[in-house]
Design a protein around this ligand. Sequence first.
Ligand SMILES: Cc1ncc(COP(=O)(O)O)c(C=O)c1O
Length: 410
Amino acid sequence: MSKRMNAIAKAPFTGRISQLAQRLAGADGGGVWEVHERACEMAARGEPVCLLSIGDPDLPTLPSTIAAAIDSLERGRTHYAPGRGELSLRRTIADIETRSSGKPCDPDEIVIFPGATNAIYSVLACLLDAGEEVVVAEPMYVGYQGLFDALGVRGVSFALDPARGFALDTALVQAAVTAQTRVIMLNTPGNPAGNMIGAGQLRELADWCLARDIWLVCDEVYSMITFEEAHTSLRKAATVLDNIVLVDGLSKSHAMTGWRLGWTVSARPLADRLLDFTSSTIFGCCQFVQDAAAHALTNDEDYIAGVRDEYRRRRDYVCQRVAAIRGLDCEVPAAGMFVMVHVADTGLDGLAFAEALLAQGQVSVLPGVGFGASCRDYVRISLTQSVAAMAPAFDRIETFVATLENELHD
Ligand SMILES: Cc1ncc(COP(=O)(O)O)c(C=O)c1O
């Protein structure tokens, strides 16, 4: 063997990874998922843990949607699909959009993705370059940070007002915008706060962004889970549609998290760029999932009414139990699948509260710090268990908080 070959053979393998991979290494929202993961391990060992930490609905997918998927599979719908998505599904979504917004929507303005997460990633990838800024509300859905990190874009936050049901103040959004801002990202109804943004504010922001060449992206995955007032979509509120993008999906409304189905609605020029991006990175979504999605969206009136009633019942139960526990406090969410509970009066912050509650009460909740530093005194409770399942968990929460109260006043 030559001297040179020897040198190559002995060269240490550095295993260099990309900056993107380094940015994402260990990205778990600052350790917020640790409590949940520990709870899952306890459950796997057979311990009677009540999981109130994750937003995966316990409700079943509509049985006829499952039948539609099976039928589609049996018809051989197991091949590559068009990059933009199946026309039948895009027509279904475009019809719903036309009806709900009162503005015509063309199927070619819709692009189908494997879940809203991938839809948002694709939108941000098409709108921002590394180093540019996306303005986003705090509390912020924990999943956005990983997308910002993947793309190397900076999330700049403005605060929602906890004293007013986490309401949005348009002036604060505008104040967060700099010369580097390309996108303002809204989420209504919001995760984790269950807040809703009204039509007037959406219209004002859309006009304001249009005048400044800024994109307004709205994540509306909880649009069907509203309790007192109906959701207003950005598309309905905006006067001009050129700079707005709507993201939606079936994970939450139709209890279809595992099916991975989401979509965007945007003006045609951006839809064409999204098609380029998704064709290069995803190469189409499952045909049979898209057939089932088209079925789900056209046969869901009773199902969605039932879903909404069930989450309302759970929300009322959680808020009533929280109100009865000294040291805990919450705003009643207007929509969505979560309740933000303020825990500072127990003497613990959200992370310490969640860790101790799991250890002592076998109930897992999500520490609020995952939604931004301003939420460190909160925990998020998911409404993804029935009232019957939550009742014993709340008994344990009550006992746990009483113990803390005693320690605080000893
Ligand atoms: C606000 C928000 N957007 C997007 C998602 C992700 O949706 P999907 O399952 O369609 O990727 C979630 C999931 O929790 C969410 O809460």
